[in-house]
Design a protein around this ligand. Structure first.
Ligand SMILES: Cc1ncc(COP(=O)(O)O)c(C=O)c1O
Length: 367
């Protein structure tokens, strides 16, 4: 159906920046700059500066950023890696594809890892932790980093949904051994296909991932250092990402304004639980605006009937997908989140009028 309020509006996004996108693409193609050229190096430098770190390495997707980070950190068969169950499956698959065992822990009402649950799950086999900064909000990184330091664990941040978000003024991707970003088209910073990057302050990790993404080869010497992967960020995507990165601070501001407007219009309606604003250490980037209600399925149907497109991340706990062969970790908050969350339309193109229409439809439902 044609929604009157779409979840995101890719056509409008393209229309607004068409000239800049097309200039970047045509120049790159006309120069024959297809693989690992200046556009990729420029984007990597701009991303590192944006995140406040010394290195960024472009890779083929957010999944590859996670997988190659774990490999660079030496995670292998027999190791355990702690993460949350309330995440996109790629976080967990990256662990499994290293031969390691994912240990899934509970999230709090901010949808992010509970630091105490992380600490309780540590065993002698634990090698690393992947805190996932979900929906554009950072995990409590002060607490997570201090547990990780105490137990000598590697921290790989899954920042796929949180580019530009901060806690205590520090950006996503600047805390752990690496930060992992996704440029899937509907992310805060999206390219025109798949793309991703890692950020790090460790030149050795940056070097290892630069080799891992190119089949293990050191491009300077031609030496293969290990069996790697074909997992580059395409040069033409990097050119587009540079254009978009220059607009990103304004887009994030817009998302915050939209979130503030939802908050104003939805506070106190029905049994709705809205994203929290009561801790000013956090500045969220609002990849998603997620609300929670026990009447989620009925509300969602009502919104669809009213022309409002919504999404649910994710309707069932990941361990219920039997083929993935994950042990049921018995996480009751994760289970109720799966039953109760719905994400409202949110993008750099979402308008005040659209927010008002969505809020009005929600108020009608609860009236
Ligand atoms: C939390 C999280 N982790 C990892 C990923 C994987 O990123 P990609 O789709 O670029 O592989 C995503 C993206 O969907 C994500 O939302």
């Amino acid at each position: 159906m044609a929604y009157t309020v779409p979840f995101v509006n890719a056509r409008e996004h393209y229309r607004r920046y068409k000239t800049e996108f097309e200039n970047a693409i045509v120049t790159t193609l006309a120069n024959g700059d297809l693989v690992m050229r200046q556009q990729l190096r420029d984007f990597e430098q701009q991303l590192a500066e944006f995140c406040g770190v010394s290195h960024a390495v472009g890779v083929a997707s957010g999944y590859h950023a996670l997988h190659l980070s774990l490999l660079a950190a030496g995670v292998k068969a027999g190791d355990e890696v702690i993460t949350v169950a309330h995440t996109f499956v790629a976080t967990i698959s990256a662990i499994v594809h290293c031969g390691a065992t994912p240990v899934l822990v509970e999230v709090g009402d901010d949808y992010n890892m509970i630091p105490a649950a992380f600490e309780e799950a540590i065993t002698p086999r634990t090698r690393a932790v992947i805190p996932v900064h979900l929906n554009g909000r950072l995990c409590d990184m002060g607490a997570i980093m201090s547990v990780a330091r105490k137990h000598n664990l590697i921290v790989v941040e899954d920042a796929a949904q949180s580019l530009g978000a901060t806690v205590d003024g520090e950006k996503a991707g600047s805390f752990g051994a690496t930060g992992c970003f996704s440029f899937y088209p509907f992310k805060i910073l999206g390219c025109f296909g798949d793309g991703g990057a890692i950020t790090t302050n460790d030149p050795e990790i940056a070097k290892a991932i630069t080799r891992l993404r190119y089949n293990g080869e050191d491009r300077q010497t031609g030496e293969y250092h290990f069996h790697g992967y074909t997992a580059l960020l395409d040069n033409v995507q990097a050119a587009v990402l540079s254009v978009k990165l220059a607009h990103l601070p304004r887009w994030i501001e817009h998302r915050r304004t939209i979130a503030g407007r939802y908050h104003e219009r939805l506070a106190g309606v029905g049994d709705l639980r809205l994203p929290k604003y009561d801790d000013d250490r956090f500045a969220d980037a609002f990849q998603n605006y997620v609300i929670r209600t026990r009447k989620r399925d009925a509300l969602r149907k009502h919104l669809t009937d009213s022309g409002v497109e919504t999404l649910v991340h994710w309707p069932k706990p990941v361990w219920e997908h039997k083929a993935l062969e994950l042990t049921n970790p018995g996480l009751s908050n994760t289970e109720s989140i799966c039953r109760e969350v719905v994400s409202l339309p949110m993008s750099a193109e979402t308008t005040d009028e659209q927010v008002d229409a969505v809020a009005e439809a929600i108020r009608r439902f609860f009236a």
